[in-house]
Design a protein around this ligand. Structure first.
Ligand code: DAH
Length: 361
């Protein structure tokens, strides 16, 4: 039975009174505050807005007041907090506009710039650029040709006899087979561009032809199924073997150092007669013998020779009037020698630790 007497929990009533007093007092304090510099602003923040400040302390007290009053006091406290925050924001903005050492709005232009990492050219690109630059000084322009090629341009016109084992020796990737000279394949060397050039342009022709080539080889430290070559071709009246030697000698000195020497070893290529492999003195050990040159003092850099008269004929050029020389070198090989790179796979793995080393090159 209800006796009609309501019993208030005395402690909670007292707490509610305390809360009323506390809110009033803080409200007045915050209204009365004035802040004229950053230090005072920070002191205000600590006193009223921080986790250990006076407003937070009153929030802490909420749990002690009468249940019925909590919602109303909560709202009061929120108002108090908002007032403190908006006063703080006003002062902060005003102080920021005034500038000064602790104003946060102005950037400090005297600070050192944070380190910025630039990209770098790929070592193969750097090497190709260097090769192109050296030959352009000797009057060679740059020509380009297709990577997907027919048998005729890659082999036939270059004087490879039908069924010549070189078609298999060069581990050709065939795309369409059984059409003879119209077989479609991925070019195995850049020599196809020689034919493309001579078909379209009458001598004098003096070009280098950098590009990508493809051979069905197992990938290892020394071989890859995709790599790069630079082809060279000079066809004109009276081009001689001496011109070939002088050109490659100049190239070797520019590429590997002034004291470099070259030597020519007799060789065979279907598209050149006579043919020669070009060696350069090992620029690592200066000819004394090291791992790079396999203790011979020489490293091989290119194949070369005088353009075979059959090749000129296949392109409608009279070999009794014109002669020419040609050469071909692997860009990876030159880059490996130049930068002392031991594993060909590094060129295609895209490891930034490797690539970053060429940022200053
Ligand atoms: N095409 C040859 C190869 O891939 C390289 C070559 C040798 C190119 C002699 C030439 C040359 O132009 O004259 O192995």
């Amino acid at each position: 039975m209800n006796s009609g007497i309501i019993i208030f929990p005395v402690n909670q009533v007292i707490e509610s009174f305390k809360m009323i007093g506390g809110v009033k007092e803080l409200l007045q304090q915050i209204k009365d505050k004035a802040v004229s510099n950053r230090e005072e602003l920070e002191a205000f923040r600590l006193e009223y807005l921080s986790k250990k400040g006076k407003v937070a302390a009153l929030f802490e007290e909420l749990k002690n007041v009468q249940k019925e009053d909590r919602r109303a006091f909560g709202a009061e406290l929120n108002n108090l907090k908002n007032l403190a925050q908006s006063r703080f924001d006003e002062w902060a903005e005003a102080l920021g506009k005034q500038g000064g050492p602790s104003a946060k709005a102005e950037p400090d232009f005297t600070l050192p710039v944070p380190p910025f990492s630039y990209g770098s050219l790929h070592p193969l690109t750097l090497t190709k650029k260097r090769i192109t630059e050296i030959f352009s000084r000797m009057g060679f322009d740059v020509a380009d040709g297709p990577e997907v090629e027919t048998d005729w341009f890659n082999f036939g016109a270059l004087n490879f006899a039908d069924n010549h084992p070189a078609r298999e020796m060069q581990d050709t990737f065939f795309i369409e087979k059984g059409k003879g000279r119209d077989d479609v394949l991925l070019r195995t060397h850049t020599s196809n561009v020689q034919i493309r050039l001579l078909n379209n342009k009458k001598p004098p022709v003096r070009s280098i032809m950098p590009g990508r080539v493809f051979r069905n080889e197992a990938i290892s430290a020394r071989a890859h199924c995709i790599f790069h070559q630079v082809e060279g071709l000079y066809v004109d009246r009276n081009v001689s073997f001496k011109d070939l030697k002088d050109t490659l000698y100049y190239f070797a000195k520019e590429m590997f150092g002034k004291e470099s020497k070259i030597r020519l070893r007799p060789s065979f290529f279907p598209f050149t007669e006579p043919s020669a492999e070009i060696d350069v003195t090992c620029f690592i050990c200066k000819g004394k013998g090291c791992n790079i040159c396999k203790h011979s003092g020489w490293v091989e850099i290119a194949g070369s020779g005088m353009v075979d008269p059959n090749v000129l004929r296949n392109c409608g050029i009279d070999p009794d009037v014109f002669t020419g020389f040609a050469f071909g070198m692997g860009i990876e090989r030159i880059a490996m020698l130049r930068y002392d790179i031991k594993d060909l796979r590094l060129f295609t793995e895209n490891d930034v630790r490797f690539l970053r080393q060429f940022s200053g090159a």
